[in-house]
Design a protein around this ligand. Structure first.
Ligand code: SF4
Ligand code: SF4
Length: 431
């Protein structure tokens, strides 16, 4: 991708750097995370290259590592770092238009490699993947719903384990690079586990496995995320919809209101932060209403926000999937064409260079599929939020009353999502 971006044609429709990254990869990422959790992390090229350099080895365990081994600063042990980089990534994609430029896409790939490698050369283990990587963070949030997890088979065995080799490492493998403990009861390992499988090798009791579990399990169990993760869940929800908003005709109207004063990039930035701030404020406000309607002052609004914000994740994931169904339909043939001529030099490696780039099926069918996905996401969100309410409040009546404002907001948001997908789409980018 990087070679094609630097040395290939700069026409985005003839270069695989743009179609591979912004069409194929994003679509595959969303659908794999839905069913297989953070499986992309296990195949991440930026991590693989950084790991080989840090360990000075392609495989096998080395005792010495090529790193300064500094401690990761405590103030950066927060997912808000990844949230900030996700906002920046969205801004680069849509305001600067990286998705339309092969060379900028290649530079972006190098920057992410630089961040991953730089953090691993400076700091011990691998904290960037846990706190800094926006792709890992989105996958972490979405995989709270996925039907697979890597966890200890028996928590009792972990409780009695004195050595904790999964964290410390042993002669068979490294200690967990992200300090994820697979043996705790009320935690979601997917928030930080990058599926490197070191703990599978190091556990002396063969107690770690990749398991199937019910869909939505982490969201409906007694696990409670941190406030930063809750905030990040709303950021994902907001930016996913904002992305859709920038691709419909209404966006042109909004931009025209401010562009004469602020220019395009200034206007884009203002609208993006307005949308983000509005949605975070709206979720806080409706959570506040939920607290009022429950008739009890405890828990307080901040705590309730932490509980309920993650219940919007199914809406975000299924809207994200619906959005990408349209991209798949419109752009997938372009990717197949680029496979045969990745640099745009006129090659025909697989005999697909001359295929017609056209939608696979009618956009009417696509809209029905999008509507189905969005409504399914809504139903799952209401289900999760109801479960959380019953976990939070001692009586059925309090839980029911608290759900009136939350469900109302979810209905508004689902209608907004349906309206977004029903608009004619200007196909500029994926995500
Ligand atoms: S996963 Fe294995 S090494 Fe880690 S605490 Fe549990 S039993 Fe011990
Ligand atoms: S060591 Fe285990 S828990 Fe830690 S990142 Fe690797 S697979 Fe996940």
């Amino acid at each position: 991708m990087i070679l094609a971006g630097f040395f290939g044609s700069q026409d985005p429709s003839s270069n695989i750097a743009t179609s591979l990254t912004w069409i194929f990869w994003w679509i595959v990422l969303i659908f794999t995370v839905m069913f297989l959790g953070r499986v992309f992390c296990a195949t991440c090229p930026w991590l693989a290259i950084s790991d080989w350099i840090q360990k000075l080895s392609l495989w096998g365990r080395r005792t010495r590592q090529f790193t300064l081994g500094l401690r990761w600063p405590a103030r950066f042990k927060t997912i808000l770092l990844a949230a900030a980089l996700f906002i920046l990534l969205t801004w680069l994609e849509l305001a600067i238009g990286v998705t339309k430029s092969p060379i900028q896409t290649a530079y972006l790939g190098l920057i992410i490699l630089g961040l991953t490698l730089g953090s691993m050369l400076l700091f011990e283990r691998n904290y960037f993947c846990r706190y800094g990587c926006p792709i890992g963070a989105i996958q972490g949030a979405y995989s709270l719903m996925s039907p697979v997890e890597l966890k200890a088979e028996s928590l009792e065995v972990c409780k009695n384990c004195k050595t904790k080799d999964c964290i410390r490492g042993n002669e068979k493998g490294y200690g967990c690079p992200t300090y994820t403990y697979v043996g705790s009861e009320n935690s979601a390992t997917s928030l930080s586990c990058i599926l490197c499988s070191e703990c599978v090798k190091t556990c002396p009791y063969d107690n770690v496995a990749f398991n199937f579990r019910p869909f939505l399990k982490d969201l409906t169990s007694s696990f409670t995320p941190s406030h930063a993760w809750a905030l990040f869940a709303v950021v994902i929800l907001a930016l996913t919809s904002f992305h859709g908003l920038t691709m419909i005709p209404t966006w042109g109207l909004l931009i025209s209101l401010t562009e004469p004063y602020l220019g395009y990039i200034g206007s884009f930035t203002v609208w993006m932060f307005l949308f983000l701030g509005f949605l975070i404020g709206a979720v806080y406000f409706f959570v506040y209403l939920a607290r009022l309607m429950s008739g009890t002052t405890m828990p307080n609004t901040r705590t309730l926000f932490t509980y309920f914000a993650v219940s919007f994740l199914p809406i975000a994931l299924f809207y994200h999937a619906a959005h990408n169904v349209a991209h798949f339909n419109m752009d997938f043939m372009g990717f197949i064409k680029a496979l045969s001529d990745p640099f745009g030099y006129g090659w025909n490696l697989f005999g697909t260079a001359n295929i017609q780039v056209a939608p696979i099926t009618s956009m009417d069918y696509v809209w029905y599929m999008q509507a189905f996905l969005i409504i399914l996401g809504h139903i799952l969100a209401v289900y999760v939020s109801t479960k959380i309410a019953h976990r939070t409040y001692p009586t059925h009546s309090q839980a029911f009353r608290s759900q009136i404002p939350i469900t109302t907001l979810m209905i508004f948001y689902t209608m907004f999502s349906l309206w977004l997908t029903a608009q004619p789409m200007v196909m500029r980018t994926s995500m």
